[in-house]
Design a protein around this ligand. Structure first.
Ligand code: GLN
Length: 304
């Protein structure tokens, strides 16, 4: 298959797609990112790297970090993790409070904010230096040891984290948060403020395409059965109240972030990352979804 040709087709098609998305503004620092940034990077297990555009430029990974946090928590803890957070799609926006009240402070899944805040709380309780551990993990799975946090984005989100504070307070009232609210918010926002490029994200996600093994050395970082579960949660919960639509149009497990990034995997085949900052009303990259839909259509490679 001529992947580079397929990517060139996607790039040219995307330049004429009518789009109405808006760059995230509730974190003021993110609104400064030029809306015409666009990059894509495909990492195929059997044939290597293909890319175009701003694929090497780092951007705020935001909620894509929730996959890494879940991976760390699952490698440190067994099934009791899932007594603190469920694995059901929410059908609600990523920062919604409504289900938590009815469901006794147990978030629907680890990829909505409430669930990721519980995962952050668990990592804080288990690790001596959770921030260092988290960054080290990303350095290991990408091989890029200079990946770090954008402090402007971090400070900008910290000043506007009223909803995340509300989620934490509600969950703490149900006994599902062990640590100080301030400590958990700080660690959660730290993870979201990490910057990575499409190329680095596709390398990081290769372990989910490759049954938990890093490439090129095949070191087993997480068991294949745990990776199967993470991919299942990405498939059903990776896009909040648009998870069904993403499955329907793209047909891959994946995860989005409000920085405009989307990463998706085809187990046994490839990991792909795309970046375009304008978001659709559900908070997912509008052009990113289009580009991935074209990728699975033109290659015939989706999991369905
Ligand atoms: N840091 C963002 C928040 O908590 C992440 C949201 C996202 O990427 N969907 O609101």
């Amino acid at each position: 298959m001529n992947y580079q040709q397929i990517l060139a087709t996607i790039k040219s098609e995307m330049s004429s797609v009518k789009h109405t998305g808006k760059v995230a503004s509730y974190i003021p620092e993110l609104e400064k990112i030029p809306e015409n940034k666009f990059g894509m990077h495909l990492y195929c297990m059997h044939s290597g790297h293909y890319s175009f555009g701003d694929n090497n430029e780092r951007f705020s990974i935001q909620s894509i970090s929730k996959v890494f946090a879940l991976t760390r928590a699952m490698s440190l803890m067994g099934d009791e993790l899932f007594t603190r957070v469920d694995v059901e799609p929410s059908g609600d926006p990523f920062n919604s409070l409504v289900q938590l009240e009815h469901e006794n402070g147990i978030p629907r899944n680890p990829f909505i904010n409430a669930g990721a805040l519980v995962i952050s709380d668990i990592l804080i309780s288990l690790l001596e230096d959770p921030k260092k551990d988290f960054l080290n993990f990303i350095h290991k799975i990408t091989g890029s040891t200079d990946i770090t946090v954008n402090t402007k984005v971090f400070n900008s989100e910290k000043k506007h984290s009223y909803r995340n504070a509300a989620l934490l307070n509600l969950m703490k009232s149900f006994g599902n948060i062990e640590n100080d609210i301030e400590t958990v918010i700080d660690f959660y926002i730290y993870q979201c403020s990490i910057e990575m490029s499409c190329k680095e994200l596709s390398s990081a996600f290769m372990m989910y395409a490759n049954s938990g093994k890093l490439l090129p050395n095949n070191e087993q970082l997480l068991s294949s059965s745990k990776v199967k579960r993470i991919n299942a949660i990405m498939q059903t919960c990776g896009f909040y109240d648009e998870a069904g639509e993403f499955s329907f149009r793209v047909g891959l497990p994946g995860k989005s972030g409000v920085g405009g990034g989307i990463v998706a995997v085809h187990p046994g085949q490839y990991a792909v990352a795309v970046w375009s900052p304008p978001l659709n009303p559900k908070g997912n990259s509008e052009l990113g979804m289009h580009a991935l839909e074209r990728l699975t259509t033109l290659t015939g490679l989706s999991i369905f």
